[in-house]
Design a binder for this molecule. Structure first.
Ligand SMILES: [Cu+2]
Length: 368
């Protein structure tokens, strides 16, 4: 897991200030796979060698004195300088999103890690406030992904040359540096955009600045100190697909606009039947303990938006392209009417067949 704070109204600041990190949970099945390790632990002997490395990636900006910079006014975001609440609906402080100009790994700016020419297990976390990451190395290196947020992937590792990671997503990967020589250097690059993510592929001109946020960290290859007996497992335990007879829930991601200024003011969650809801609204998801449900998450905003759940894992089924504007319109008409019939069915607004989940999304997840 990764722990992070959710204090209402200041989650962004607490995550940004550093109250976020790994909480790694293990079990006997995983321990029997002979994966590269160990990971750092409390009270390790000095000089202990680590072959399992937690890597929390975040973007930050700094003031000249080294303190963290975070925008304190809405004007920073889009130049809008009023009127604000109560003279309009625009909050004076909140920014719809934040992109730092510096990459930080485990709290260190553009660090390097000395690696031996052998296998390593990297536990990657995208801990950025808004930024999607597309991780790739500047020299050929395969990410053998063995796990995601909720544990191991089913059946077998997935070999990838790049990792797409939304904020809060985790990737558990094995990389093999054995084809490199001491003295070699490998840079972990970020090819995601310095702006909201709109899906793959990302145009080269939209990719992160190759001089700054396009670089994450460096691996410096040093001499091998011992035989590498760890393995990339050929097989992983299967995962039973979840099934249910219960009706699906339609949940919406909404971006509220200030109509006067024509600018976004808040992100809200909602349901198909009730529309966008505020934090203080009654709870709409009331599953019975032990139930399995299908949630259809409808992104009605301009950009790709991850959602994450706490304390429960899910399986990704598929993604269906749909006409979000037409659905939104039909839902608005339903909400303005007497709501006698059923709310609009998103399936009626599909623009094509469901697209299968990605190969690396087959495990249990809490972020999608
Ligand atoms: Cu959370």
């Amino acid at each position: 897991l990764w722990y992070h704070d959710h204090s209402l109204g200041m989650t962004r600041l607490n995550v940004y200030a550093g109250m976020a990190g790994f909480w790694i949970v293990r079990d006997d099945v995983e321990d029997s796979l002979n994966l590269p390790g160990p990971a750092p632990r409390l009270r390790d002997e000095p000089e202990t060698k680590y072959f399992e490395i937690p890597i929390a990636i975040q973007d930050r900006s700094f003031n000249a004195d080294g303190s963290l910079f975070y925008p304190g006014s809405r004007t920073f975001f889009d130049g809008y300088d009023g009127p604000f609440i109560p003279d309009s609906s625009v909050p004076p402080i909140w920014n719809p999103e934040f992109f730092g100009d510096t990459m930080v790994v485990n709290g260190r700016t553009w660090p390097y890690l000395e690696v031996e020419p052998r296998k390593y297990r990297l536990r990657l976390l995208n801990g950025c406030n808004s930024r999607f990451l597309i991780l790739k190395t500047d020299r050929p290196l395969t990410f053998h992904q063995i796990g995601s947020e909720g544990g191991l992937l089913p059946d077998a590792p997935v070999a990838l040359t790049q990792l797409l990671m939304a904020p809060a997503e985790r990737a558990d990967v094995i990389v093999d540096f054995s084809s490199f020589e001491p003295g070699d250097e490998i840079i972990l690059l970020n090819l995601g955009p310095d702006s909201p993510f709109g899906g793959l592929p990302v145009d080269p001109e939209d990719q992160a600045d190759p001089e700054t946020t396009g670089q994450v960290m460096k691996f410096k290859v040093v001499e091998l100190t011992g035989e590498d007996t760890s393995e990339i497992p050929a097989e992983l335990p299967p995962i039973e697909p979840l099934t249910t007879e219960l009706p699906a829930r339609d949940l919406t991601l909404n971006e509220e606009m200030d109509e006067q200024a024509g600018i976004p003011i808040a992100a809200l969650l909602g349901t198909g039947a009730a529309g966008p809801l505020s934090w203080s609204a009654d709870v709409t998801e009331t599953p019975t303990s032990g139930d399995t449900e299908v949630w259809r998450i409808l992104n009605l905003t301009e950009d790709a938006h991850p959602v994450h759940l706490h304390l429960v894992m899910f399986q990704v089924l598929d993604r269906t392209p749909f006409d979000a504007d037409a659905y939104h319109q039909a839902q608005a008409e339903y909400l303005e009417g007497d709501k006698s019939g059923p709310p609009p069915d998103p399936k009626d607004f599909a623009e094509g067949d469901p697209v299968e989940r990605n190969s690396w999304e087959a495990g249990l997840k809490d972020t999608v």
